[in-house]
Ligand binder design. Sequence first.
Ligand SMILES: [Zn+2]
Length: 241
Amino acid sequence: MQASPEQQSLILELQLIDNEIMQANTKLKSLPEIEQLLHIDKRITSANDELATVKAEFDQITLELRRGEVDVETVTDRIKKDEARLSSGNATPKELEQTQHEVQTLKKRQIALEEIELEIMIRNDAITARQNTLATDLASLEKLKAEINQRLTAATGEINSLVVTKKSAREILVSKIEKPLIDLYEKIRASGGGIGASALVGNKCNGCNLAINAVEVERIKTLPKDEVLRCEECRRILVRI
Ligand SMILES: [Zn+2]
């Protein structure tokens, strides 16, 4: 294929733009914020899971606490009634003895129930504290997530606008290059990891970084400048600079 040295240098220029677009796209996919968001989402999920467990436990304790209060109330009421009967003086001595005995038993039961209630209240305090800590943690995580999202949006926007600029520069450049040369470049680029053209620097192809053998170097020197060269190793368009 033939193409003027100017055309060939345009194809190298195009390669530089394409490299920048490729680098920008790679950067877009590997922004640290993406990894940070995945990590923070995992932490939010696990905090939410723990919060759900803690809430269920809290509900259970609330229920136990209510039952405990009812139990204490019931016993307290019975003690009051018994004591009222004792002070009324209407009971027979046998009834008095029975009632006094019952009051003693009820008072023991009252103390036991109050101890249980106290133990439930301690558990209630602990679970409430854990619930508050988790809620605070979650709020900070959500805040952090919003900040990271904001940074991600900014970084993505910056890269995307760079890509847009590069793409419009590319379009202008492409319009200046002859079709057969562009077609060849695109074909090689598609199968060559995004690189379709490389410069011949000294005796090296900077596409594959391999040295061109002395015989080929000598042959190249005899070729007219508008002969489009291909690297023997990587098959890319080799541009003499
Ligand atoms: Zn090469």
